[in-house]
Design a protein around this ligand. Structure first.
Ligand code: ATP
Ligand code: MG
Length: 344
């Protein structure tokens, strides 16, 4: 039974995914669903296993290396017989353009080769390519020149155009904004959002760019192969103390000792150093706690330059969540050392 938990609108269904290479567990018990039309952002520091998950979903990892229930557009990628159908339903923009572009050929010939594998009509392919190239700002004078002469950002956008050319139901993008300058990054994100709204394309975006959360319906946070969170950015922020309200405080000669002192204050939930002399403090019962905190700082002879209040954004949430996980791990490691670890 493949489709019991898979509603008609579920584009990606992942349950207890484990990936092992050699003796290394790369992905551990990861489960999530992606519904039609959603944009999912997957975030996590380098080596967390993000690309590996996308490679399972796009039929690029041999079944001997993974286990779990996975359905992509309702089809199980562990069955080789499903691969061509899955691949025609999805688009894939890899982390390295090298993997889906022929650098010695020009963009239009790349399109021809790619679309011929789907049996797409030549004329239709050409006009779709022109439309996508224009939307993605790929300069017309590069369309007939070898790809290797294009700039990094142009190659990236060409790779996206190729991933979209057959109008896939789900588009997987691995680092679409890496190597693209800041102003173009926003263009790419807003372009993805536009496509998602116009064509209802479901999107799964891996990125280090935490601003990308702005266009995401849900954010996945991955650390060392484990999925820590999978929810809307707003719900994640609301799960912080006082729904993510923060006091941003600049203190003269800020150092770790001062941070520890503030951390010990009873209402303080978290203290983050966000600048040389600036911290952000999260507290329960923010409105009541803030004046008490200011009094506490005064009583401890700390000189406050400025204080402002704000609400945490996704970038801050991510920092807090990863820090929390590191603290848990450190505590576990320390207690193992105290207990003599595995050696009795
Ligand atoms: N084919 C493979 N064989 C052995 N180890 C692998 C293989 N592919 C990935 N790994 C390992 O799996 C881990 C996760 O890699 P992955 O590429 O999924 O990380 P990532 O989260 O995409 O990182 P980045 O942000 O740097 O792209 C890494 O330690 C990597 O070395
Ligand atoms: Mg990667």
């Amino acid at each position: 039974m493949e489709t019991t938990e898979n509603s008609n609108n579920t584009m990606v269904f992942v349950e207890n995914l484990n990936v092992i290479f050699g003796d290394k567990q790369i992905v551990q018990d990861v489960s999530f669903n992606v519904e039609e039309g959603e944009i999912i952002g997957m975030f996590g520091i380098s080596g967390a296993g993000k690309t590996t998950i996308i490679r399972v979903l796009t039929c690029q990892i041999d079944k001997k290396n993974w286990s779990g229930n996975v359905l992509v557009t309702g089809l199980n990628p562990s069955k080789k017989g499903n691969h061509s159908k899955i691949l025609s339903n999805i688009g894939y923009v890899p982390q390295l353009e090298l993997l889906n572009l022929y650098f010695e050929l020009n963009p239009m010939v790349n399109v021809e080769i790619f679309t011929s594998t789907y049996g797409m009509d030549k004329k239709e392919a050409k006009s779709t390519a022109e439309k996508l190239f224009n939307i993605l700002d790929i300069p017309q004078d590069t369309w007939k020149k070898r790809v290797k002469k294009m700039s990094g950002g142009e190659k990236k956008r060409l790779s996206m155009a190729i991933g979209l050319i057959h109008n896939p139901k789900v588009l997987f993008l691995d680092e679409p904004t890496t190597g693209v300058d800041a102003s173009k990054r926003y263009d790419i994100l807003s372009y993805l959002k536009k496509l998602n709204q116009q064509l209802n394309t479901t999107m799964f975006i891996i990125t280090h760019d935490l601003e990308a959360a702005l266009i995401c319906d849900k954010c996945a946070i991955l650390r060392e192969g484990k999925l820590l969170e999978f929810d809307s950015p707003q719900n994640l922020i609301n799960s912080l103390p006082s729904n993510g309200l923060v006091a941003r405080i600049s203190i003269e000669n800020l150092n770790q000792e001062i941070i520890n002192t503030i951390q010990k204050y009873p209402f303080t939930e978290k203290v983050l150093r966000v600048g040389n002399e600036t911290i952000e403090v999260l507290m329960e019962d923010f409105e009541d706690s803030l004046p008490k905190l200011m009094k506490f700082l005064f009583e401890n002879n700390l000189k406050v330059y400025s204080m402002s209040r704000d609400v945490a954004n996704f970038r801050r949430y991510f920092q807090i969540r990863i820090q929390e996980e590191e603290e848990i791990e450190n505590r576990l490691n320390n207690s193992e050392i105290l207990n003599g670890g595995d050696n009795p």
